[in-house]
Design a protein around this ligand. Structure first.
Ligand code: GLC
Length: 565
């Protein structure tokens, strides 16, 4: 019999920490683990149940830490393993579980195994840990296939050894991120050790980076290239040799056995959440079949446009698909890879239109960066983002909050080119600005940068001069602030028996441009996406509202939670 504590992950609210940009305790301009420890009380007061920490491992930072050179240590810029232990213990003492990033598709060129592979030469067991190939053409100067990197440019890099140019290696992302060869059992064994290392240290779960790749078709056929961007296409197309290969099932079932071996401990099950963009949804759902992974991110919500029809179709198709395998649906409005929700919803085009069959195919090759071409109305976007937060947190299943969402931070769209750090900016010759705009260090207090992020060091990305009013301190105690809204919503969610895991029933008495649903016992949510104010049901007792009601009516782009007696 599983106790409620065992399956905590079925309705947890998980807060994503991007360590570089969260809090800078040693005042060097980069966030760190001691900074995270110092903000545990903020997280506790916010009311989240868990954190997911983006990579904190030693890394040359070619991709913000997703280029890992040692999976079992902490980057000195962030701290030490002792700091990590202190963070995990401090979080647990507050009832907050800790998920960390597992990056199994690729490592860093600085990883000892890759250095050994370079030194060992063609045909060696060391090279067999990665995907090395001879080039094409009489002198091997052409890459082995046409494969494109997801960050732009080719997915193959040619090595230059002591005797000149030699083999090429595969990297689906930056050239500093060589892909592991998952057909090699030594790679699987290495990651078994990594998973156990962190579970033994008390980590409660792993967010699996690029979980839909890993295994690759070893015949390396040519791959599709996005005609718009020239990038290698992600796993949207069945049959792509790098994505969603059948061997993933074996890997996932094995990892699940490792995690289940830790069950029964006082903080409950150790879990996995997959970062996977597999389409169609029926294929993604296989990841959360019984005995495979616990959860997978639902990026449909992140990309869905702000209309009632698309949102309802997106919600229904995900709830139905996940229920068919007994897994909870996760809800995600943002992360460190996408334009912040305030800014997305402040654009004239707010996301993908959805039907019950999913988004139209012409959207599939588009990038987060697409939004940067459109003008932003931040005020409108924040109103909608506040309403969207109440929608997200009222839906059945776990919800993810990306750091700064609770402060209503917008994307920083005007970062000067000379501070940009995202490899996709460099690998596209500046055609794609990349993801730095959602990674600007958080404002905690004070009226001028660094707003309490550090003491006085310049943060690694500059903060806007207008962020004083968005700092956590400025919002604390202001009942109208986004921070207060999140605190209130999370407190109601924690205490209301209808919220968290379960089901919902749509209320059909509203116009189609209004989302309204109830959950048992006695809970209702209305999100008004219509142009006119709407009434609340008779007898509704207000619990939380994303905006002031006007004469008791809910205005456009606002949401409410209420109790029904
Ligand atoms: C994932 C991460 C992203 C990273 C990429 C390569 O998509 O979320 O930040 O750049 O994997 O590791």
């Amino acid at each position: 019999m599983t106790s409620p504590d065992q399956s905590w992950w079925r309705d947890a609210v998980v807060y994503q920490i991007y360590p570089r940009s969260f809090a800078d305790a040693n005042n060097d301009g980069t966030g760190d683990v001691q900074g995270m420890i110092g903000k545990l009380d903020h997280l506790s007061r916010l009311g989240v149940n868990a954190v997911w920490v983006s990579p904190w491992y030693p890394s040359p930072m070619a991709d913000g830490g997703y280029d890992v050179s040692d999976y079992c240590d902490i980057d000195p810029r962030f701290g030490t393993l002792a700091d990590a232990d202190e963070f995990i213990a401090g979080a647990h003492a507050r009832g907050i579980r800790v998920l960390i990033d597992l990056v199994p598709n690729h490592c860093s060129v600085a990883h000892p195994a890759f250095r050994a592979a370079l030194a060992a030469g063609p045909g060696s067991p060391e090279r067999a840990m990665f995907h090395f190939r001879d080039g094409l053409g009489f002198d091997g100067a052409q890459p082995p296939t046409n494969g494109g990197s997801l960050f732009g440019g080719p997915a193959w890099e040619r090595m230059v050894g002591p005797d000149g140019p030699e083999q090429w290696y595969l990297h689906m992302f930056a050239s500093e991120q060589p892909d592991w060869n998952w057909a090699n059992p030594a790679v699987a064994a290495l990651f078994d050790d990594v998973i156990r290392f962190w579970f033994d240290r008390g980590v409660d779960g792993l967010r699996v980076d690029v979980a839909d790749s890993l295994a690759k078709d070893m015949t390396f056929p040519d791959t599709p290239v996005d005609p718009v961007t020239g990038f290698g296409t992600p796993g949207f197309f069945p049959g792509h040799p790098w994505w969603n290969q059948p061997e993933l099932e074996t890997i996932q079932r094995h990892w699940r056995e490792i995690a289940d071996g830790y069950s029964g401990q006082h903080l409950g099950e150790r879990i996995f959440v997959c970062e996977a963009n597999v389409k169609p949804l029926d294929a993604l759902i296989r990841f959360v079949d019984p005995g495979r992974m616990h959860t997978t991110f639902n990026f449909d919500m992140l990309w869905c446009e702000w209309t009632a029809g698309s949102l309802r179709a997106m919600i229904d198709r995900n709830l139905i698909a996940h229920a068919s395998v007994g897994a909870p649906t996760t809800w995600v409005l943002g992360n460190h890879d996408s334009t912040r929700v305030v800014t997305r919803y402040g654009k004239p085009e707010t996301g993908r239109p959805f039907t019950l069959a999913g988004p139209p195919p012409e959207w599939l090759g588009r990038l987060a960066d697409y939004f940067s071409e459109l003008p932003t109305d931040v005020g409108l976007g924040r109103r909608r983002a506040r309403a969207a937060a109440l929608l997200e947190l009222a839906l059945p299943g776990p919800a993810y909050i990306y750091q700064g969402e609770e402060l209503g931070l917008p994307e920083v769209e005007d970062l000067p080119a000379d501070v940009l750090d995202d490899p996709s900016y460099f690998r596209t010759g500046g055609r794609v600005r990349g993801r730095d705009g959602c990674r600007v260090p958080l404002p905690w207090s004070g009226t001028t940068p660094p707003y309490g992020f550090g003491v006085d060091a310049n943060p690694w990305l500059p903060q806007p001069s207008v962020w004083a009013e968005l700092s956590a301190a400025a919002q604390d105690g202001d009942p109208t602030s986004t921070l207060s809204l999140y605190r209130r919503a999370l407190s109601v969610r924690a205490n209301h028996p209808a919220l968290g895991d379960g089901s919902l029933a749509w209320s059909e008495e509203y116009p189609g441009s209004v989302l309204a649903f109830t959950r048992e016992p006695g809970f209702g949510c209305v999100v008004n996406l219509s142009p006119d104010p709407v009434d609340l049901p008779a007898g509704a007792e207000l619990l939380v509202a994303s905006d002031d009601l006007i004469d008791g009516r809910l205005p456009t782009d606002a949401a409410v939670w209420f109790a029904l007696r």
